[in-house]
Write a protein that binds this ligand. Sequence first.
Ligand SMILES: [Zn+2]
Length: 337
Amino acid sequence: MNTSLPELEAHRLKSLPKAEVHLHLEGCFEAATIAQWAKTEGLALPRPQEDLFKFSGLADFLGFLDLACGLACTTERLVALSYGLCQRLADNGTGYADVIFNPTHWHAWHGRLGAMLDAMDAGFKAAEQDGLPRVGVCVSLLRTQSADAAIELVDALRALRHPRVVALSVDGNEAIAGRTGPRFAEAFRRAGDAGLRRTVHAGESSGPEGVWDAVNVLGADRIDHGVRAIEDAALVRMLVDRQIPLGICPTSNLVLGVYPSILDHPIERLRSAGVRVSVNTDDPALLGASLIGEYALCRRTFGWTDAMTKSVARTSIDASFASSDVKAQLLAALKDW
Ligand SMILES: [Zn+2]
């Protein structure tokens, strides 16, 4: 997306102090890295490296996820993946990110959550020491999991109290899973009691009812996507009244067919109704998206002025689960943009 962006605009948007709050570790594999790991393991790629992220459908995508997460089976590789994610943030001038990771995808690490978090943490720490952006981890449940499996994960997090973990998340396909808010209520309650923040994928593969459940049943501090809230005026009013932020990913919604074109995308209608919105990349490597590109797309399509752009960036920082120090630094820098 950056390739079509005028250099001046790219430079200016890179300099915009901002955070990213909806970004999956599983969406940050680089094709070259996967190819190298596969070669070392003597595994064949499903197609040539340059076409690796051209998915033919959901099954193909899930097959890739299995392959990629399976290859990231050693501490060394997970450290490299985590470090690379921070490099990607720096390339976009992102000052901080909440990174979602879903243990169910990482078969090689099953039963070793602490070791997996330590490996990611080592990559993030090394990045910070090299002056790259800071990261908090949101550990995610999968919508198709059972209530017991969800509670088991949350109890493991409560026992670990890993300093890198800032939140509990839930992702996955609600169109397949159906209404699962009540199933995860106890897990989210326990996470909240343990001092974890709560972020919930809803209002993308579910309609407004998924967003209502995220807030009323799961106690969400933030909604990932949430765009289909636009279909329910009472829900939009509630999001405004309670100032619950949405972590919106325009390109992801277009690629996955939630909206046919950016002109149909509701981010500007939500923003102008007073909903707190931020822009994010979701799975940037797999979607060919960049955070600078997402801001540029919204500015170009919806005529966002610098003041509007700044206000969205401010929301991204406020809505993040960064420490108060990191937030204060970013907000001070944003004032001068
Ligand atoms: Zn997502």
